[in-house]
Design a protein around this ligand. Structure first.
Ligand code: BGC
Length: 909
C-alpha cells in the first residue's frame, strides 16, 4: 500500500478543547480530525481508529480498532462496541486513506479520560462546617483538611471534587484547580464536578500527605439577584464532596473521601461574595493548614473541629463531569497610570475594562494594616464611578500579617468588572503601588477561533471591544454584565449574540452546558423557558411567574442554531428540539385580531426592542418599534429555523408542519403590519431591518420600497442608530440586502451618539449596554441599569466578518463557505479567518487605486464560492481547498453621501 504525505492531526473528542480532556462526561465520545499537507483534490475514502487503554505493565492494550469506508472526518461515532465507564483513560490514534488509495501515517495518540459518570461512583460524604445558626450576612470561608499516609509508591491519583458553593483545593500546600469551580448550574438539578490529576503532588511513601479545601458561599448561598438580591437562594450553607482515588504501583487502591474524619475551621476570608467581594484577614491565616506535620511545621489541632456529615444529596440532583470549559485566570494586566483624585484618593487605571480581580504581588506593612481595593468600570467627575454598581460593594480587603519578607494576596472567590481600582490603606513602607498590583483577567476556557482586521482603526477597536465583552461575560454562564448586582444568565442577550460569539471563540461546550439548565427550567415553568438561567429555586424565581416573552425565550431555538451553524454538529439541535417545539406551542396567540390565531397575544408584555436609544433612561422597553411586531417578526423567523431544524434532524412530518405554520404566520404578519406598497408598521429602523432580514416582505416591489424607506430613515437620522437589542444585529445587513450598502457603512462608521463608534470615541475598551452608557459630557447615563460591559451591541461583528471582510459559512460547520466582500465606506483592506472544523478558512481583500485583490484560503475537503466584481455586475467562482488569489478593477460605490451631512436636503416623506 502506498504511503502518502498526508498528515492527520488535531484529533479531538466531541468539542473538547486541547488540554481539556480529563474528567469529561462522554461515554462514547465522537472523534474528529483535520488534514494537513493535502492537495485541493484530496478526499478521504476511509479512516481507521485505534483505541488503546494504558496498561501498567505492557504499556498499552488495544481496546478496539475499526476501519470505516467514509469521507467523514468530523464527529465520527465512537468506534468501540463498549461504552467507556467512569474513570476510564484511553488513547486514540487515527489514520486515513485518500480516494486514490494511499494512506496517511498514524496521527499522534491523544488521551481522553472520563469523569465520574454516575451518582453511584461517589463514595464520599457531603460535608460542611459544624452546624451554626444561619447568618443574616456573609459567612467566612471554611477550611477542611485531611492528613493521610501513603502505603507505597503512587502510580496514578485522581481527585474528584464538587461543591454546593465554590471550592479551591490545596495538596501539600500547593493550590490546584480552576477559578470559581465547580461553576454555576441549577443546583437543584445538577452540580458539576472536576477531575484533577494529582499524581505528581503526592509525595513518596511512607510519608504523610495532606489535602485541604477552602469552601465559600459563591452563587449557592451568597447574595444573588438584583434589587438587593437574596441570600441562601439555593441552600443555607455551602457543602463539599471530594474523593481522592489513589492507585499504587503494586495495583492496590485507596480512597480518601470527605467524611467526618476531616477537620474544619473558619478560614481567613471573613467574607467571600460574588457581588461584595472578599474580605481576607491575613492575621487569621493558619500556617501550613493544608500541609502535613513536618519538622518545620507541627500541626496544631486547637482551632479544628470535626466536619459535619450532611445527608446525601437528593437522588434527583445529578453530579456530572463538567464539559471542559472551566473558569481560568487567563492573563495579567499591569496598571497604566496612577490617578490622584480631587478627593485625594489613589486610583489605578488598568487601561482596559476587564473581568477578574486585582492581585497584590508584593506588599510590606504592619500586622493589621488593611488594604482596600474598590473596583469600578469608569470614572465620573474624576472619582470612581460607583453608581452603576447599584447594590454591590465590589470591594476586596486584605489585612496584612506583617511578614518581614513581604506578602502576596489575591481573592479566590469573587470577580469584578472594572478598569479602575481605588486603593485605600496602602502602607507607606510598601513598595511603589503601581509596581505591586496587577489585574488578573478571568473567563471560562474557550479556544479563540476568529480573527478580523480592517483598514479602519476605529472598527478594529470596536471588534476588540466586543471580544473583551464576550470574555468578560462568559464566566461559567453567559451573563448580562459582570460588575453590578446582577451578572445573571439573561437568555435574550445570548439569543441575539450567539451567532457573533461563535465567530470569536469556540463556545460550543460552554453553551452546551448552560443549555442543559435552560431546558430543565423550561420544564419546571410549564414549557416557558427562563428569562435568566440558572433560575428556579423551589418555585421562587428571580423574576416572578413564568411569563412568556419573545427573543429571551427564543433562546432555546436561536442558541442551538448558532452552535449548529458554526460546528455542523446536529447533536445540539437534537438535544434541544423538544424544548424548541414546546416553546412554540406555549406562545400565547392572539385571539382577537386575527381569524386564525397565529401571531402573539397583543396583551403579552414584551421586552421588544429593548434599550432603543430613544427610550427614556428609566423605561428601557419603551421603543419606537411596536414590541408585538418585534415578537411576531421573531416568531416567523423562529418557525423558519425550526422548519430547517426538523429537516436536518430528518423529522419529515415536523418539517411539513413547521413549514406550513411559518407560511401561515408570515401571511398574517403581512396582513397585520405591511402595507401594499411595503411600508411597515412603526416605520422604524428595527421594523424594516427585521422585515427585510426575516423575509417578511412578499413582493419584489415591497422589498424595494421597504429598503428605500429604511435607507431614508437612516439618512434622516444622519446615520445614527435607532435600534435596540432586537434590531441592532440586523440593521446593517438589511441595508446591504436592500442594495444600500453605502448607507450601512455610513451608519457603521458614524461616530456621533448613538452609534457603534461613539463609545470608541469616548475611550471605551468594551461594548456598552446603552448606546450612551456614558454621555458626551463624560457623565454616566442616569438610568439605573447602565453597564459598560455588555455584549449585545457587539452583535454587529457578524456584519464586519460576513459583509465587510466578506466571509460567511454556507453549509453548517464550514463545509462550504462564501467570500463576497461588500466594499464601501472608504475601507481599503479587510481580513477575516476562522479555525473551522476542517482547518483554516480565510478571506482578505485590498484596494490600491483601481486595483482590487482578493485572497482566500479554503480548508481541505471543503469548497468556497468566491464572488468577484465585474464591469457588468459580478461573477461567482467555485474553488476547492487551497490558497487562491483574484484581482480585478474596483468600481467605487457612488452611493456614498458626498455632501456634508448637515447640508443634505433631508426630507421627511
Ligand atoms: C439586563 C439585560 C436583560 C434585561 C431584561 C437587564 O438588567 O442587563 O441585558 O436582558 O435586564 O430585562
Amino acid at each position: 500500500m502506498e504511503r502518502s504525505g498526508h498528515i492527520v492531526s488535531d484529533v479531538r473528542f466531541e468539542h473538547c478543547q486541547p488540554g481539556h480532556t480529563l474528567g469529561l462526561p462522554y461515554d462514547r465520545p465522537r472523534l474528529s480530525w483535520k488534514f494537513y499537507n493535502v492537495d485541493s483534490a484530496f478526499r478521504q475514502a476511509a479512516y481507521e481508529v485505534e483505541v488503546y487503554a494504558p496498561s501498567a505493565d505492557t504499556g498499552t492494550t488495544l481496546l478496539c480498532c475499526r476501519k470505516v469506508n467514509s469521507s467523514q472526518s468530523r464527529l465520527v461515532p465512537w468506534p468501540c462496541d463498549e461504552a467507556l465507564i467512569s474513570r476510564q483513560e484511553v488513547s486514540v490514534r487515527v489514520r486515513i486513506w485518500s480516494c486514490h488509495g494511499s494512506s496517511s501515517s498514524w496521527s499522534q495518540p491523544v488521551i481522553f479520560e472520563t469523569g465520574l459518570l454516575t451518582r453511584a461512583d461517589w463514595d464520599c460524604q457531603r460535608i460542611a462546617a459544624p452546624s451554626m445558626p444561619p447568618t443574616a450576612g456573609p459567612c467566612a470561608e471554611q477550611l477542611f483538611r485531611r492528613a493521610f499516609w501513603l502505603r507505597s509508591r503512587v502510580r496514578r491519583a485522581r481527585l474528584y471534587v464538587t461543591a454546593q458553593g465554590l471550592y479551591q483545593v490545596e495538596i501539600n500546600g500547593q493550590q490546584i484547580g480552576d477559578f470559581l469551580a465547580p461553576g454555576w448550574t441549577n443546583y437543584n438539578h445538577r452540580i458539576l464536578h472536576q477531575t484533577y490529576d494529582v499524581t505528581h503532588l503526592l509525595t513518596g511513601a511512607p510519608e504523610e500527605n495532606c489535602i485541604g479545601i477552602r469552601l465559600a458561599e459563591g452563587w449557592f448561598s451568597g447574595r444573588l439577584g438584583f434589587l438587593g438580591g437574596r441570600r441562601h437562594l439555593w441552600g443555607p450553607y455551602p457543602t463539599v464532596m471530594a474523593q481522592l482515588e489513589i492507585i499504587y504501583e503494586d495495583h492496590s487502591t485507596e480512597r480518601i473521601c470527605t467524611d467526618k474524619t476531616w477537620l474544619t475551621t473558619a478560614g481567613p476570608a471573613k467574607a467571600a461574595e460574588i457581588y461584595d467581594g472578599e474580605k481576607y484577614d491575613g492575621t487569621a491565616e493558619i500556617d501550613g493548614w493544608s500541609e502535613p506535620s513536618n519538622p518545620t511545621h507541627v500541626f496544631d489541632p486547637a482551632p479544628w473541629r470535626e466536619a459535619d456529615e450532611k445527608p446525601p444529596l437528593s437522588d434527583t440532583i445529578q453530579i456530572v463531569p463538567d464539559f471542559g470549559a472551566p473558569g481560568t485566570r487567563k492573563q495579567t494586566i499591569a496598571p497604566v497610570q496612577k490617578i490622584i483624585t480631587p478627593r485625594g484618593k489613589v486610583v489605578l487605571d488598568f487601561g482596559q475594562n476587564l473581568v477578574g480581580y486585582v492581585r497584590i504581588k508584593a506588599v510590606k506593612g504592619k500586622r493589621g494594616d488593611r488594604i482596600s481595593l474598590e473596583h469600578a468600570e469608569v470614572m465620573e467627575n474624576n472619582e470612581l464611578g460607583r453608581r452603576p454598581l447599584r447594590i454591590c460593594q465590589a470591594l476586596d480587603q486584605y489585612t496584612l500579617k506583617g511578614a518581614e519578607s513581604g506578602e502576596q494576596w489575591e481573592p479566590r472567590f469573587t470577580f469584578h468588572g472594572f478598569r479602575y481600582c481605588q486603593v485605600d490603606g496602602w502602607p507607606v513602607e510598601a513598595p511603589e503601588l503601581q509596581d505591586s498590583l496587577v489585574a488578573v483577567v478571568c473567563h471560562s476556557e474557550m479556544e479563540p477561533v476568529g480573527h478580523f482586521l480592517c483598514s479602519d482603526k476605529m472598527l478594529n477597536k470596536l471588534h476588540e471591544n466586543t471580544v473583551w465583552s464576550m470574555k468578560g461575560n462568559f464566566l461559567s454562564i453567559p451573563t448580562d454584565c459582570p460588575q453590578r448586582d446582577e451578572r445573571l444568565g439573561w437568555t435574550g442577550d445570548i439569543a441575539l449574540f450567539a451567532p457573533s460569539a461563535a465567530k470569536l471563540y469556540d463556545c460550543y461546550s460552554f453553551l452546551q452546558n448552560w443549555l442543559v439548565d435552560v431546558v430543565y427550567e423550561q420544564d419546571l415553568r410549564g414549557g416557558i423557558p427562563p428569562l435568566v438561567s440558572p433560575n428556579a429555586f423551589q418555585g421562587v424565581e428571580f423574576w416572578g411567574d413564568p411569563w412568556p416573552c419573545s427573543i429571551w425565550h427564543d433562546v432555546t431555538i436561536r442558541v442551538p442554531w448558532a452552535l449548529y451553524v458554526a460546528s455542523g454538529d446536529q447533536d445540539i439541535l437534537a438535544r434541544n428540539y423538544g424544548s424548541m417545539k414546546t416553546w412554540l406551542t406555549r406562545i400565547p396567540r392572539d385571539m382577537k385580531t386575527t381569524t386564525v390565531n397565529r401571531l402573539w397575544d397583543r396583551e403579552c408584555f414584551q421586552l421588544g426592542d429593548w434599550l432603543d436609544p430613544s427610550a427614556p433612561p428609566d423605561q428601557p422597553a419603551t421603543s419606537k418599534t411596536d414590541a408585538t411586531l418585534v415578537a411576531d417578526a421573531f416568531l416567523v423567523h423562529n418557525l423558519d429555523l425550526v422548519y430547517q431544524i426538523a429537516e436536518v434532524l430528518g423529522d419529515t412530518e415536523g418539517a411539513r408542519v413547521f413549514e406550513a405554520e411559518a407560511r401561515a404566520t408570515r401571511q398574517q404578519f403581512v396582513h397585520e403590519y405591511i402595507s401594499a406598497s411595503g411600508r411597515v408598521v412603526s416605520d422604524s429602523q428595527t421594523a424594516y431591518a427585521l422585515a427585510i432580514c426575516f423575509d417578511l416582505l412578499p413582493t419584489a416591489a415591497q422589498r424595494t420600497n421597504a429598503g428605500e424607506r429604511l435607507a431614508k430613515l437612516v439618512r434622516r437620522e444622519h446615520f445614527k442608530i435607532e435600534t435596540g437589542f432586537a434590531g441592532t444585529p440586523f440593521i446593517c445587513e438589511a441595508l446591504v440586502r436592500a442594495g444600500h450598502g453605502a448607507v450601512a457603512y455610513a451608519m457603521l462608521l458614524n461616530r456621533e451618539c448613538p452609534s457603534w463608534l461613539y463609545p470608541v470615541t469616548m475611550g471605551a475598551t468594551t461594548t456598552w449596554e446603552r448606546w450612551d452608557s456614558m454621555l458626551p459630557d463624560g457623565s454616566i447615563n442616569p438610568g439605573e441599569m447602565t453597564s459598560f460591559n455588555h455584549y449585545s451591541h457587539g452583535a454587529v461583528i457578524s456584519f464586519l466578518h460576513e459583509r465587510l471582510a466578506g466571509l460567511r459559512c454556507v453549509e453548517p460547520g464550514w463545509k462550504k463557505s462564501r467570500a463576497a466582500p461588500v466594499i464601501s465606506g472608504g475601507i481599503t483592506h479587510a481580513e477575516v479567518s476562522y479555525n473551522t472544523p476542517y482547518g483554516k478558512v480565510g478571506c482578505s481583500w485590498s484596494i490600491e487605486g483601481e486595483q482590487f485583490t482578493l485572497a482566500v484560503e479554503v480548508p481541505p475537503t471543503t469548497t468556497m464560492e468566491v464572488v468577484l466584481p465585474t464591469e457588468s455586475g459580478e461573477r461567482t467562482e467555485l474553488v476547492k481547498a487551497g490558497k487562491w488569489t483574484f484581482s480585478g478593477r474596483h468600481r467605487p460605490d457612488r452611493a456614498w453621501p458626498v455632501t456634508p451631512i448637515s447640508k443634505m436636503p433631508w426630507v421627511e416623506g
